[in-house]
Design a protein around this ligand. Structure first.
Ligand SMILES: [Zn+2]
Length: 242
């Protein structure tokens, strides 16, 4: 875990990899973290060319001519979280506030890629914390999810990294994170289970020590019953016969 933090920090601060000066901290640059230096994009494209040959394709046929470049660009976009520092991002929107009830942002869309197959996994993240004198801009909770999701991941680690970043920056009374996701490596290959959803959770502080806090969090993120279920004919009370 510790080693991984070092790796991300190196990537974030390495101007050769980020394509911007290490001292540059204005939002203009940070708006385009997908960018990678031209020479890296080129060698990534060459690797995709090799992959295409490997699967028996002809990378020179018309439809595939620009594919290596497109795949490299798409990969840079999907992994742009390596070039963003989630804790720095959170720190920019921390405010002093006496509110001390649970803050919950639920149903945050996540799109990530598993590190074992580099295939997508996607679903929803629910993030909650109980402030202890400090709150953070709500959109930043979604952004921190996004930064960690746009890296090669396992869902378990993704869940914990989100918790740890919020815990480290805000020092709240507790953090709760639940992620529900479908993994394409399970759907498209391997066990080919179309509808299986993987749920992971990571908690700290009162979310661990207080059963009622944890219970409230889990109750709040429970999906609301669909209207069709509520009004299903077999669940209606029979009308009194006249
Ligand atoms: Zn996988």
């Amino acid at each position: 875990m510790k080693q991984e933090k070092t790796v991300s920090a190196t990537l974030v601060n390495n101007p050769a990899l980020t394509g911007r000066g290490a001292c540059c901290d204005d939002d203009e640059c940070l708006n385009d973290p997908a960018q990678l230096p031209a020479e890296i994009m080129e060698s990534m494209s060459e690797s995709v060319y090799t992959l295409l040959e490997g699967v028996g394709e002809d990378p020179e046929r018309e439809g595939l001519l620009k594919t290596p470049e497109r795949v490299a660009r798409s990969l840079a976009f999907l992994t742009r979280g390596y070039r963003q520092d989630p804790e720095e991002m959170l720190k920019k929107a921390v405010f002093t506030e006496s509110y001390d009830e649970m803050v919950l942002v639920k149903d945050i869309d996540i799109f990530s890629m598993c590190e074992h197959h580099m295939l997508p996994f996607f679903g929803k993240a629910h993030v909650a914390y109980i402030p202890d004198g400090k709150i953070v801009g709500l959109s930043k909770l979604a952004r921190v999810v996004e930064v960690f999701a746009r890296r090669l991941q396992v869902q378990e680690r993704l869940t914990q990294q989100i918790r740890d970043a919020i815990q480290d920056v805000l020092h709240p009374k507790g953090v709760g994170v639940v992620i529900e996701a479908k993994h394409m490596c399970m759907v498209m290959r391997g066990v080919e289970k179309l509808n299986s959803v993987t749920t992971t959770s990571a908690m700290s502080g009162e979310f661990i020590s207080s059963e009622s806090t944890r219970g409230e969090f889990l109750r709040l993120i429970r999906p609301e019953p669909k209207k069709s279920q509520l009004s299903h004919p077999c669940k209606r009370k029979p009308r009194p016969s006249s």
